[in-house]
Design a protein around this ligand. Sequence first.
Ligand SMILES: C[S@@+](CC[C@H](N)C(=O)[O-])C[C@H]1O[C@@H](n2cnc3c(N)ncnc32)[C@H](O)[C@@H]1O
Length: 298
Amino acid sequence: MPTFTFLEASRWQDYELLDSGDGLKLERFGKYTFARPESQAMWSRALPQSEWNNAHGVFVPSGEESGGHWDLKKRVDEQWEMTYPLPTQSNLRFNVMTTPGRHLGVFPEVASHWDFMADSIQKAGTKPNVLNLFGYTGLASLAAAAAGASVTHVDASKKSVSWARENQELSGLSDKPIRWIVEDALKYVQREAKRGVKYDGVILDPPKFGRGPKGEIWEVYKSLPSLLDDIRQCLSDNPLFVIVTVYAVRASAIHVAQAVDEMMKKYKGTLDSGELVTREKSANRLLSQAVYARWSSQ
Ligand SMILES: C[S@@+](CC[C@H](N)C(=O)[O-])C[C@H]1O[C@@H](n2cnc3c(N)ncnc32)[C@H](O)[C@@H]1O
């Protein structure tokens, strides 16, 4: 059985979970604060309503899975900058903005994985090949590249990939070896397996549902097993890490861990799994955001 952990990304200065409750969360992203739906916050808010009223924007859901719109209460720049201090002494600098899907271009809780990757890569002392699937705005790719990896970043969305490239420049990492690929994750890995390309580290943060650039359908429960199988074929003889994060509400960490355990059974290493959590400033409660499984050779 893998160890079970609550991982907290505690190095943030530009991000805070200010309060949560009544199905909502109040967060600070750099200079602005926002209220967003958080269906699992089944307790009462700790901060007074006046603090919530001070938010720069509120996301108003439309009832569909992630649809809705932002109700901006105060002036908010179209995009603004945030920083994350990596343990490798370099800072990630990146742009965020309010997007129609309620997200802002960063999932702050996955920063624990950036720290872990940066650490493993530095300790390895080699130049590992790292694959980042469903890479979004590129922050995991940049963390790996800053630590000395050669990175292949794959995402179905052209827009996300250009955002990621802007973040690369902003972070001063333009000279680092990152291949930016707009492609369906599953198709790409299948092709890499056929070509015999090998990776030493893989990180993936698949959404519950998604579409490749040609409309390829991604459904986490149906598609993850074959993706993990294909990734396994692309692993080098001595892989450093495999990190899988799943935000789908019904997924249990145990199930993700068992899938990764099966995938990595021929390798010697350790597996930990659990939940990515954020500690609230107001009442110190933990908000669980996703489940993960993390295999490591170190
Ligand atoms: C960062 S992931 C998931 C984010 C978050 N964990 C969640 O569940 O909402 C979202 C990214 O996956 C990408 N994506 C969705 N379907 C994809 C597919 N079939 N192949 C590659 N990337 C895909 C999207 O473009 C997006 O940038």
